[in-house]
Design a protein around this ligand. Structure first.
Ligand SMILES: [Fe+2]
Length: 450
């Protein structure tokens, strides 16, 4: 985190090579504080949290181009665009007009607005390319690196982030940005299975800033990818008070923690994390965790009944959202199916399939139908829906660990299918899984079902 006394005023921004358009030192400092909270995934309590910081920044200078551009870019990273979000469309158009009319707007802010223009028009590759160009000229721009990383994560392009972060890593000097850059580099490397290097960078990031929950998250992925569940459990347990500081990623870190227990076959502890640490936090991770647990010959009926209202609360805003992504819709589907709300799941699936502007559309129908088929114990149907798209699911976004639920669903469905060829496929898929996640108790359990 960046301490309040370290926040950059206009002159400090200039010293770091960036001339901001705002004449307000307050806005410049709150801009820095917003970037720090966004890329460190935390709410700065002294400033009233991220939302309040951004509100105060715009109160200090409502015309601040860099500040507005940053806020709209984070909306667009989440999937909002000029077609599905009329407010974003108006805001981006006004911002572009203001840039053209503002003689004080310098290159860095103009380039960020250009990236936003691409992203909000669904020009994902063009936006990433624009941030990469910004990083060539401003290599210590943590905002560009973070926006690039998030965009890659949301759109199935995570294999790029290791290269992008690696190019600029030596340019970061201040501790907060350096720690975040190491964390992004680690996460990117773990997604392409360079886990030894990924672990080094995650640990380096944590040495620099032990409270950065994004760095803990990077290390959590290394433990997950290398089937080191016991180390993962010990690490998450021992560092809980530290990584909880990054409250916007803490829920997801609890998901990783529960996943280690699940892998080890310690379902009681996994359910304990689900019920007491994860389910009341924002986000959709509890839906996939519940679904993963339900695939372990374990009835989740009592847990789902107990938390039925909370599951509804989680699912409702995603269903009503103007922005639709297959990644989210698959999670909603898992939540409805594990709660055995099949009629609602059917209805939701029809809505989702009909949605024209949905990220990951080409695999969405098969994906949602396969979740429903599995839940209704139509295992052969699930295999036939999921098997042809398994290598294309990546496009929906998320990490390898998050999409692993679909790999496990395919294996479990193939194991349970009445078709002999599906059972043979299951055996081969288990062998394949051994290549990437060897010595995992979860693989032993799958083998026992053969
Ligand atoms: Fe993760």
């Amino acid at each position: 985190m960046r301490e309040t006394h370290q926040l950059r005023d206009i002159q400090s921004w200039r010293d770091s090579g960036i001339k901001l358009s705002t004449p307000s030192n307050e806005a410049a400092k709150l801009f820095d504080a917003s970037i720090s909270q966004l890329s460190g995934w935390y709410d700065d309590k002294q400033l009233g949290g991220l939302e309040a910081t951004m509100t105060k920044m715009l109160e200090a200078d409502p015309q601040f181009i860099g500040g507005r551009s940053m806020i709209y870019a984070f909306d667009a990273v989440g999937g909002a665009n000029v077609n599905n979000n009329p407010t974003l469309k108006t805001n981006v158009e006004q911002l572009i007009a203001d840039v053209a009319a503002n003689p004080n707007c310098d290159k860095w802010e103009k380039l960020h607005v250009k990236a936003l223009e691409h992203l909000s028009s669904s020009g994902i590759d063009a936006a990433i390319r624009q941030w990469e160009e910004i990083l060539v000229e401003y290599p210590s721009d943590i905002l560009s690196l973070h926006l690039t990383g998030l965009t890659c994560l949301m759109t199935g392009r995570l294999e790029r982030i290791g290269d992008i972060s690696g190019r600029v890593l030596p340019s970061f000097k201040d501790e907060f940005s350096l720690s975040t850059a190491h964390a992004w580099h680690s996460f990117g490397l773990s997604e392409i299975n360079l886990t030894t290097q990924a672990e080094w960078h995650a640990r380096k990031a944590l040495t620099i800033d032990p409270k950065n929950g994004w760095s803990t998250h990077a290390l959590a992925h290394v433990f997950e990818m290398t089937s080191r569940s016991n180390e993962g459990i010990a690490y998450m347990n021992q560092g809980e008070l530290l990584w909880n500081f990054s409250n916007h990623i803490a829920g997801h870190n609890y998901w990783h923690w529960a996943l280690y227990y699940l892998t080890n076959g310690d379902f009681e502890s996994a359910i304990d994390v689900l019920e007491n640490r994860l389910i009341n936090r924002a986000g959709f991770d509890s839906l996939s965790l519940s679904y993963l647990l339900s695939m372990e010959n374990l009835s989740m009926d009592n847990v789902m009944t107990k938390h039925s209202e909370r599951i509804d609360e989680i699912v409702r805003p995603f269903r009503a959202d103007l922005v639709r992504r297959s990644f989210i819709d698959a999670h909603v589907m898992m939540g409805l199916c594990v709660s055995k709300k099949y009629d609602e799941a059917e209805q939701f699936m029809v809505e989702s399939i009909a949605c024209e502007d949905l990220h990951g559309k080409s695999v969405n129908e098969n994906l949602l139908r396969s979740i429903l088929s599995y839940s209704r114990e139509k295992y052969d149907e699930c295999v036939e829906l999921l098997w042809p798209i398994r290598h294309h699911i990546k496009q929906i976004g998320g990490s390898e660990a998050q999409r692993d639920v679909f790999s496990l669903m395919l294996i479990n469905a193939a194991l349970r299918s009445y078709k002999l060829e599906h059972k043979r496929l299951a055996g081969q898929l288990i062998e394949e899984r051994e290549i990437h996640r060897s010595k995992s108790p979860l693989i032993d359990r799958l083998r026992d079902l053969m």
